[in-house]
Design a protein around this ligand. Structure first.
Ligand SMILES: *[C@@H]1O[C@H](CO)[C@@H](O)[C@H](O)[C@H]1NC(C)=O
Ligand SMILES: *[C@@H]1O[C@H](CO)[C@@H](O)[C@H](O)[C@H]1NC(C)=O
Length: 985
């Protein structure tokens, strides 16, 4: 009897698990772009949030074509757990396949400053059973009118000091023990930078260099922290450290802002309905702490003898230093510019492991055709190593300094352990490169090269307090771009264990993984990802190390596509778009970099207005690329009027210059020395036409027909003019015949007439070949050359260019007599040309990274069907790209494309392609001919013939297959699932 019972239970279990195995589950749930899995405190600044989720099936080989049929969302205010009759909303079963940006459609808006929780479940085509509900996911709404809330309160002051370097402020307060605490929410901004402590502990320990950099007089960002779990009845203490950040005059010459200042508001709500507030005011005290000086460019001076470990604890009493009343400081905002306090609605800058989340499985190679040998050659640190770098080498430099090499160029700083007597000073110098050896044999004793940091001292000074077990120092309010560090005068030599260096950047999630059988391309991809991350400092910056690090619009426009393939950055770029439109003038004119702040004329780069057309292009380009990557039409609506104004501004300039003399500033910036720049008017005109074309596309998406018509007419007129003005009819090429001129003309729709297209392409290809298969391009045309070649029958040549290691090429950056780059150089030959300014961690040439995904892996997410069309090397060049493995995390889940050439037994002219399509999506998988004029013989999927040239589509295999008889392209339509195709040509 016992046994029978047991057996029947077992049977039920087995049956249940078979049914259960088909049951979908949900993962990576989002609320308004925020990843629930990785966000500690979900703060929603929106009374009508939207929800997204991804569907997982247990076995995507046997469970194909899974679609969502129904969803259900429930939202409750948290109080319902304790009391009845509170807010609750149930979408009920909604018959819909929508799984991204599903709106809250309840009758009433969500309330501000309220805790809610939500959960979701779905039904899918493959299972009778719905998914399990997700766990209840808690979020809180912010104060929706934050600026008004913080500024209407006259008791709330900006505090700081014009008399002393007041960078530590503290306040103790009594919380009455009358009723339990229901919530304790803080809003805080300290500019330039702040760090926030409560009862002795740092709040949000990995958060750094907060808040994000803005034109402070127009927008100052405010962070919010939930301290409900931390504040208790009785005495509590808060402490805030302040740093100069970008608010310091030191960052911009004379025209900077002023001393740091703090605004702080803590609201404690009790169960009995009472509220108490703790505000920044003159009841706080402040002093100069251990940080004697801090500067983003120049580093920090820190005297640890001034440390007061208990300064942010209750009962602290300092008999050694003077704590004085802070002054009431002017607000950084300028009300005549509609300056506003705004919730920082993007992820913060973080140090170390918390800065990077993962949606791709880099180390799991089981699904890929790549061997470990294929990818092991990459030089530099791995993103999966945890964001803390250790030295790979140590030596005493020629000038006698202990010098460490991290083996990887990063943005960040080092945590260093010193041992020695109190009062001993140590000086730490950071740099990206080493001095060139006079005789190239002696590499081991080289000094750090610092000329290219220009005016940035990039060094920290630390004074020991003499802890016998050693003391660890890391700077607080500075950041360095470096690979090497030298230590001047430590009382005791450091060992490699005494050095660890966090990689610091805006928090993001790695969503793309791209690896191939070509080690050059793999190293380029490595360098692109590390450069991109290093240059995410609340704004996308140009470089990491010298006295610049600006949000240059040109660099951002060129790299955004690559950045959005590799990382989840929608919030960071939305913030950047806000900074751009903050600094747009009334006539539509945009600047060359943002934040402009109150230094419209930058130190070295001349006036910030008017913009170069290819720089101003950041506004439409970033808007459009976010739309294409995130399929969210809202972004187009948000910036559309600003984009029209930007086009009108250039239209006005055009009316006075025509295209021949169109405005331009930086043009096709830094072509490889000694190549000249091509026709400048052409480069400027390219930017103008490019943006009008984007505007037309946006107007179509938004259904603004009048704009579509108006701007199509303008575009067609300009396209004709472009050709007339810049085409040389006797030579059959554009302008001076240089590569850039041909590329930019070809990149614009309807500019190059069909009858001269071949001649123009021929000019481009001939020139590349005459240069020994090298580019002569600057940043604007380099961003277009690879797709142009691939899309116009010269994919082999594109592969040869990207695989080149001779000057000028990407591969040269890590195959040259000088340096082994682990990030991207600013110039094609940085160690030689303009050596004293040249950055080794500059994002602008990273544009090619988009082509890796869009063409080499061939993944295009811009329509409602995923297009997968890996561009193929021809048979003679297949050694350049015989295997590829690419994962891309999309809004629906992971797309995985992995191929190998000639794997199908011994047949040449064949390809084995593995594709994974996430549930709730369909895909169009395209097979290119493997040689010119090639025709497919057989298409096989999971070892079954699904198409052959004799019988066409094999119907009972259930695939929809198309053959394009002119191009030979084979197209297979699939639903979700994992597929293994073989195409024999
Ligand atoms: C606040 O409480 C949470 C939850 O207990 C804890 O993880 C966090 O470290 C605390 N923060 C501080 C500043 O004490
Ligand atoms: C430029 O000239 C065109 C044609 O005359 C006119 O329609 C347009 O308003 C002008 N634009 C600006 C901004 O001056």
């Amino acid at each position: 009897m016992r046994c029978l019972n047991y057996c029947s239970i077992l049977l039920i279990c087995v049956l249940w698990s078979i049914i259960d195995a088909r049951r979908p589950s949900l993962f990576d749930v989002r609320i308004d772009y925020y990843k629930v899995e990785t966000t500690q405190d979900l703060i929603i600044n929106n009374p009508r949030p939207r929800f997204s989720w991804k569907i997982r099936v247990l076995d995507n080989v046997s469970q194909r074509n899974v679609q969502q049929t129904v969803y259900q969302i429930q939202i409750q205010s948290i109080k319902i757990i304790q009391r009845d009759n509170q807010f609750a909303w149930d979408s009920k079963r909604v018959v819909s396949s929508q799984s991204i940006y599903v709106p809250y459609t309840g009758q009433n808006d969500l309330l501000p400053s309220t805790y809610y929780r939500f959960r979701v479940r779905v039904w899918t085509t493959n299972s009778e059973e719905p998914s399990e509900w997700t766990n209840w996911i808690q979020f809180r709404t912010t104060i929706f009118n934050l600026h008004e809330y913080l500024t209407k309160n006259n008791a709330l002051l900006w505090i700081g000091s014009t008399k002393i370097n007041m960078n530590e402020l503290r306040k103790e307060f009594m919380v009455p023990n009358v009723s339990p605490i229901k919530s304790a929410i803080t809003y805080i901004s300290g500019i330039g930078y702040y760090e926030f402590y409560l009862n002795g502990n740092k709040v949000d320990t990995s958060r750094k260099l907060d808040p994000g950099w803005t034109s402070y007089e127009k927008r100052t960002l405010v962070a919010s922290f939930d301290l409900t779990a931390n504040i208790t009845a009785g005495m509590n203490a808060v402490g805030v450290k302040l740093g100069n950040g970008w608010y310091s005059p030191e960052q911009h010459g004379k025209s900077g802002y002023g001393p740091p200042r703090l605004i702080f508001s803590l609201s404690i709500l009790f169960e009995n309905g009472n509220e108490m507030q703790v505000l920044s005011d003159q009841t706080w005290t402040g002093r100069e702490g251990s940080i004697k000086h801090d500067s983003i460019y120049n580093g920090e001076m820190y005297d640890s003898r001034n440390d007061r470990p208990n300064w942010a604890r209750v009962g602290f009493n300092d008999s050694f230093s003077l704590w004085i009343m802070p002054e009431s400081m002017p607000s950084p905002l300028n009300s005549s510019l509609n300056g506003s306090l705004i919730l920082q609605d993007m992820l913060p800058i973080r140090a170390g492991p918390d800065a990077l989340n993962f949606e791709v499985m880099i180390d799991s190679q089981q699904q890929s055709y790549l061997n470990h040998e294929d990818i092991d050659e990459i030089k530099g640190a791995k993103l999966t190593d945890g964001g803390i770098l250790k030295p790979v080498a140590m030596w005493i430099s020629d000038s006698g300094l202990q010098t460490f090499d991290l083996g990887q160029n990063i943005a960040g700083w080092c945590r260093l352990r010193f041992r020695g007597p109190s009062g001993f000073g140590v000086y730490i110098r950071y740099g990206e490169a080493l001095t060139q050896p006079v005789v190239s044999t002696n590499h081991s004793s080289r000094n750090i090269y610092t000329e290219n940091l220009k005016g940035a001292a990039a060094s920290d000074t630390y004074v020991l307090h003499g802890d016998p077990i050693g003391e660890i120092y890391e700077p607080t309010f500075t950041i360095h771009g470096f690979r090497y560090l030298s230590i001047f005068d430590p009382p005791n030599a450091l060992t490699a264990d005494d050095v660890e260096c966090p990689f610091v950047h805006s928090e993001t999630t790695l969503k793309g993984h791209f690896a191939t059988s070509n080690p050059i391309i793999n190293q380029i991809q490595h360098n692109i990802q590390w450069t991109q991350l290093s240059n995410l400092m609340s704004v996308p910056t140009d470089c990491t190390e010298r006295d610049e690090r600006r949000g240059w619009l040109g660099d951002a426009a060129l790299t955004v596509d690559e950045a959005l393939y590799n990382f989840d950055l929608i919030k960071l770029y939305q913030n950047f778009l806000n900074l751009i439109v903050d600094d747009q003038l009334d006539n539509g004119e945009l600047p060359n970099f943002v934040p402009v702040g109150n230094y419209p004329s930058a130190p070295y780069w001349g006036p910030n207005y008017p913009p170069d057309p290819n720089w101003a292009s950041a506004l439409p380009t970033i808007t459009w690329k976010i739309y294409r990557h995130y399929s969210d039409i809202q972004i187009l609506k948000d910036y559309y009027d600003h984009i029209i104004a930007h086009i009108k501004y250039f239209h006005g300039l055009y009316n006075t210059t025509s295209l021949a003399n169109f405005t331009v500033r930086y043009a096709d910036w830094v072509p490889p020395s000694p190549e000249p720049m091509t026709n400048r008017g052409l480069i400027g005109s390219f930017g103008f036409l490019h943006d009008i074309n984007l505007l037309i596309e946006m107007s179509q998406v938004l259904g603004k027909k009048e704009d579509t018509d108006t701007y199509s007419i303008l575009y067609q007129k300009l396209a004709k003019e472009f050709h007339q003005v810049f085409y040389n009819t006797s030579q059959n090429f554009y302008a001076d015949g240089m590569q850039a001129a041909q590329i930019l003309a070809l990149a614009l729709p309807d500019v190059v007439p069909a009858n001269v297209r071949d001649a123009v392409l021929n000019q481009l290809v001939t020139d590349i070949n005459q240069k020994g298969k090298h580019v002569t391009t600057g940043i604007v045309s380099t961003a277009r050359i690879f797709p142009i070649l691939s899309d116009n029958g010269h994919h082999d040549l594109a592969l040869e260019l990207i695989s080149s290691i001779t000057y000028p090429s990407y591969g040269y950056m890590f195959n040259n007599p000088y340096e082994n780059a682990t990030t991207l150089w600013e110039f094609w030959n940085s160690p030689v040309s303009e050596r004293e300014v040249s950055s080794r961690n500059q994002a602008m040439f990273g544009s090619v990274g988009a082509w890796f995904y869009s063409h080499l892996a061939g993944i295009d997410l811009s329509s409602n069907m995923i297009n997968i069309r890996p561009r193929m090397a021809s048979e003679t060049k297949k050694h350049l790209m015989s295997k590829l493995d690419c994962q891309l995390s999309t809004l629906y889940g992971l797309v995985h494309v992995s191929y190998t050439r000639d794997k199908c037994d011994t047949v040449s002219n064949s390809i084995l392609l593995r594709v994974t399509i996430p549930p709730n999506r369909r895909a169009r998988v395209m097979f290119e001919p493997l040689f010119v004029g090639g025709q497919c013989k057989t298409l096989i999927e999971s070892n079954k013939i699904i198409w052959s040239s004799d019988v066409g589509t094999v119907n009972d295999q259930g695939f929809d297959i198309e053959k394009d008889s002119t191009t030979g392209l084979m197209t297979v339509y699939t639903g979700s699932g994992q597929y293994e195709f073989q195409a024999l040509w």
